[in-house]
Design a protein around this ligand. Structure first.
Ligand SMILES: Nc1ncnc2c1ncn2[C@@H]1O[C@H](COP(=O)(O)OP(=O)(O)OP(=O)(O)O)[C@@H](O)[C@H]1O
Ligand SMILES: [Mg+2]
Length: 470
């Protein structure tokens, strides 16, 4: 019997005849105070077991009219002691008939299982189907009843009600679980989104830092080159000074026979000194130009401020600095075609310098070891755009690499010198073109690479032209 303890076995019997209620009670209720010995003896002798002993403890309630039945269902609902099953008579004068009562009961408690008990053919199954539609919680029982049939129906229908509740509970629990999981997933998703945002921000900052530090490194290289280039005018200046000193010393140490001789010597020394002084002046002005343009470049390369500048001016200035590169200066044959019109662009000057330097450096690297390296630099306007083309006579870009060259860290150059081994092979980190792309895309511009039909690679930089002045 224990298996039924937590289950609901409340049954409502609705019939206008008192005797019917009695019949149900006899069929569904267990006899009280049964003697177990007598029961087992009965089973042994008659070889049957009492069906009733298999019954759960039903709680039976009675209603004699439809309205009373509805009131009981409502009350039971309020007390959370709902009925699992209702045996419903059809004809119950003078009140509602069974069909109307069922309809009203289901409005209050749609879970209740119903067995319609009727002896009359006043409602066919089709009528009831039309009334309620397909309902699996409704079955027919013809009067007069067969007691086994009543017990079976009571047992199956109450069990069905209980299973339905359990399934609903499980469903609710599952829904709650799903709800909790969904909330957790949403939380996790939100966290991931925030992390992503932070990561993107960090990546952005790092990229900018990298571009900045790379630019500073380029400036550093330039400084080395310039210092090297300062040597020539400096040497010629100091040599001229030494010559002047020697000429003056010789002049003052020499013994002159006559004042005339001394005057002639003096004139020749003055001429010599003037010549050397003009050398010194030239060298000084060369050095002056170098240092002041170096100052401008390092200042503008470090500045992060956008300015409107003429692309041609920038290219010219960068070409000056490239003179510091021995190979560029002496070995590479250069064709420079800068458009006659000014090509104004609005950007950080150091950034375009960085793009230019990267492209020229790549071209020089690509032509490393070639007999007649040649490089052409071309600027021109194109509608709303300003373009810069750098073409070299190197081997060009392998077809398999053309899609990869703008990816960070893609390089075909030596990355690290093994054991500090000295070699003049070009080295690279594979960040140059990626940085160029970052800089240009940030401006609404672009960079493209292609192979020239004759030989070498062509890089085309496109920058939005500006009409703004700063
Ligand atoms: N003018 C060119 N001709 C042939 N290949 C080129 C040329 N420019 C770039 N490449 C190819 O693209 C690769 C990537 O160039 P990128 O400038 O991004 O990096 P890197 O020059 O190798 O290293 P880094 O610029 O960081 O010092 C190069 O290693 C090279 O294989
Ligand atoms: Mg490079």
């Amino acid at each position: 019997m224990n298996e039924y303890v937590d289950l609901n076995h409340s049954i409502l019997i609705v019939d206008d005849q008192e005797s019917i209620h009695e019949d149900f009670r006899k069929v569904l209720m267990q006899e009280e105070e049964k003697s177990p010995e007598l029961e087992s003896l009965k089973t042994e002798i008659l070889e049957i077991s009492d069906e009733k002993s298999l019954l759960p403890d039903y709680e039976l309630d009675s209603a004699f009219q439809g309205k009373e039945a509805l009131a009981r269902v409502k009350r039971a609902g309020k007390k959370s002691q709902r009925y699992a099953l209702c045996f419903m008579d059809v004809r119950m004068p003078p009140g509602w008939d069974g069909i109307e009562t069922i309809g009203r009961i289901w409005e209050v408690d749609p879970d209740i299982q119903v067995v319609i008990c009727t002896a009359y053919a006043d409602y066919s199954w089709e009528d009831i189907y039309k009334e309620f539609g397909p309902r699996e919680s409704l079955v027919f029982l013809r009067k007069p009843f067969d007691s086994t049939e009543v017990r079976q129906l009571a047992s199956t229908m109450t069990q069905k009600w209980n299973l339905m509740q359990q399934a609903r509970l499980k469903m609710d629990q599952l829904e709650e679980l799903v709800h909790q999981r969904t909330e957790k997933l949403e939380e996790a998703h939100e966290k991931i989104r925030q992390y992503n945002e932070q990561l993107e921000q960090m990546l952005d900052e790092r990229t900018r830092e990298l571009i900045r530090s790379e630019r500073q490194a380029v400036v550093g290289q330039m400084v080395q080159g310039i210092v090297h280039n300062l040597n020539n005018p400096l040497m010629s200046s100091s040599m001229s000074a030494a010559i002047i000193r020697k000429a003056l010393n010789d002049f003052s140490a020499k013994e002159y026979k006559s004042a005339e001789e001394e005057l002639d010597e003096c004139r020749s020394v003055v001429e010599n000194v003037l010549g050397k002084l003009s050398y010194i002046e030239k060298s000084n002005s060369k050095m002056n130009k170098m240092t002041s343009s170096l100052l401008t470049k390092s200042r503008s390369d470090i500045s992060e401020k956008r300015e409107t500048v003429d692309l041609n001016d920038l290219v010219r200035r960068e070409l000056d600095f490239l003179q510091a590169d021995y190979v560029f200066k002496h070995d590479v044959e250069k064709t420079i075609v800068l458009d006659k019109r000014p090509l104004p662009v609005n950007m950080v000057p150091g950034e375009i310098a960085q793009v230019f330097q990267n492209l020229v450096r790549n071209a020089i690297d690509a032509m490393h070891g070639m007999a007649k390296p040649s490089l052409s630099i071309h600027t021109f306007p194109d509608g709303k755009w300003v373009r810069l083309k750098v073409t070299d006579s190197g081997p060009g870009i392998a077809d398999t690499n053309i899609d990869k060259i703008f990816s960070p860290f893609f390089t075909t150059k030596t990355t690290i010198r093994e054991n500090g081994e000295k070699s003049d092979e070009p080295t690279g980190t594979g960040l140059g073109l990626w940085m160029c792309q970052e800089i240009l895309e940030n401006l609404g511009g672009s960079i493209e690479a292609e192979n020239s039909p004759e030989h070498g690679a062509i890089f085309t930089v496109t920058i939005p032209a500006t009409t703004e002045r700063t």
